[in-house]
Ligand binder design. Structure first.
Ligand code: CDP
Length: 221
């Protein structure tokens, strides 16, 4: 079985940055599962479809253009909102399940995988080697998202962003399929008062014993 670190959490909590840094530290492959939902939503919006409509959303998930994974256009708050709509549709989650599972079973490079999202430790990989649940105070997350968008040349009011983040988290938490929830065996990491380096040190402290043990076991067998 692969060595997997599952990093779930709320919007703009810093989970993506932490997942990337953990992957770099251990030499593991990284997948931002949120990008799959953002790409699906982007595809729907480009086709002038409705992200809340099942047929449109499923077509979006089936016509993902992976070349756009690094495109800043999928990072906007509008696409984030639409991603939350398509992500609530069971057929979309089913369509994206195998891709995620396959990534974890056969991580590029072979060493292991870090995947971040909302349901990695609960639905995609309940047997993950180590699990983190990343959160921060809503005001802190709104400020981070504001700075992120500003760096992309998008000016948004912090108050509006706060309202949107809270609404999206509430929708993600309350949907019947794969809701945003901390897995019982996930370690909680609150990054409200932590800069990137401190948050990474805290994340590493929470997962490293489990990962080192799994690496040793693998070496022995
Ligand atoms: O970057 P941010 O935290 O704002 O969001 P994201 O991780 O890119 O995810 C965008 C949306 O996709 C979320 O609000 C969720 O509704 C959905 N998502 C999901 O349902 N399951 C995942 N594993 C990842 C994202």
């Amino acid at each position: 079985m692969s060595i997997v670190i599952a990093v779930d959490g709320t919007a703009a909590s810093g989970k993506g940055t932490l997942a990337k840094k953990l992957a770099g530290h251990f030499g593991f492959a990284h997948l931002d599962s949120g990008a799959l939902y953002r790409l699906s939503a982007f595809s729907v919006l480009e086709a002038k479809g409705d992200p809340k409509n099942e047929a449109d959303a499923l077509r979006g998930a089936q016509t993902i253009d992976f070349n756009l994974a690094g495109d800043p256009r999928i990072r906007t708050d509008i696409v984030g909102q639409a991603a939350s709509f398509v992500a609530a549709i069971p057929a979309v989650r089913e369509a994206l399940f195998d891709f995620q599972k396959n990534f974890l079973d056969h991580p590029p490079g072979g060493a292991g995988a870090v995947m971040d999202g909302r349901d990695i430790g609960t639905v995609i990989c309940p047997t993950a080697t180590a699990k983190l649940f990343v959160d921060a105070k809503p005001e802190v997350r709104a400020r981070r998202r504001w700075a992120e968008l500003k760096a992309m040349g998008i000016r948004r009011g912090e108050e509006d962003l706060l309202r949107e983040l809270n609404a999206r988290d509430a929708a993600d938490r309350s949907r019947p399929v794969s809701p945003l929830i901390q897995a019982e065996d996930a370690a909680l990491l609150d990054t409200s008062d932590l800069g990137i380096d401190a948050a990474f040190a805290a994340a590493l402290a929470l997962v490293s014993a489990k990962i080192e043990r799994a690496l040793k076991d693998r070496h022995r067998s």
